[in-house]
Write a protein that binds this ligand. Sequence first.
Ligand code: HPA
Ligand SMILES: [Zn+2]
Length: 354
Amino acid sequence: MDNFAGGTAVPETELDAAELEVPARILPVAELHLHIEGTLQPELIFALAERNGIALPYAGLDELRERYEFTDLQSFLDLYYANMAVLQTEQDFADMTRAYLERAAAAGVRHAEIMMDPQAHLSRGIPLSTCVNGVASVLATSQEEFGISTLLIAAFLRDLSEESALEVLDGLLAMNAPIAAIGLDSAEVGNPPSKFERLYAKAREAGLRLTAHAGEEGPASYIIEALDILGVERIDHGIRCMDDPDLVERLVDARIPLTVCPLSNVRLRAVDTLADHPLPAMLAAGLNVSVNSDDPAYFGGYVDDNFAQLGAVFELSDFDKARLAANSIHSSFASEERKAELLDELNGGDVAHA
Ligand code: HPA
Ligand SMILES: [Zn+2]
């Protein structure tokens, strides 16, 4: 980031260094990997529990926050599913969605593709209409209210059966749910993409776009399965592709988008520290990577926090940051017209990111 070092007579000791810096421009980005249930902040969990008369197993916010130490994906999923108990009414789903959009707008998000986990709500006795309509009611006006165009992705839990997923997809199609795509999430290892071949065939026939988590904790071969057996257009996470040079070459050649979530990978111990994250190597390899927040309430930050922490650890050039932002826009399922608008906005100024 530019400052006035060498060009000013004012010694640094007399002025706060921050005052000497040109404020960074927040880049407009598309967030492509975001679980709406993972945006449920501790304060909102307590507020919704109170509104719905639900007793939480934590005495207070601090006790809940103490649980946000994860050893792997499953240890996070256990808390993530447990906290969903507070989501009972359409209003609850709407309030959660509104809170995310407000925060995402401040992070520079101008387009968001939002995953939700209908099976995680159905299994608690919450009807499809409650969760879908609650989220969708806010997404319907997100562009006017928050300047964020949005679309909804129904994600299926890969640790449940394909029959369950097919039944839920049928239900979504029968109610004409406003979903643009399907995804695949939850416990990856032992639940390969090949388990969901019929689900993806059915979604494709229904005209839905296709994405899937692969290569987060699972091996590079799951990424290959997601491409070859499910026919996905995009891979969520995908960091384990770096174990397979032939796969990297294929992903580069085909410009397959990888929706990378750096802070998530650190908090779920997919990488040891942020400094060990493969993102710079992925960029250098020419992979089509974007930066996303995954479950920002659980992993310590939204998209802007991910960029800021990456910037603190790696020498990401302005060009790298702009490339990450442009990749996110190009890789979205937005209309070509909306993508052109977003690219215009991106190209309309300097390319620093906070
Ligand atoms: O990071 C994740 N990985 C897999 N499933 C998930 N469901 C919510 N977040 C995640
Ligand atoms: Zn995810």
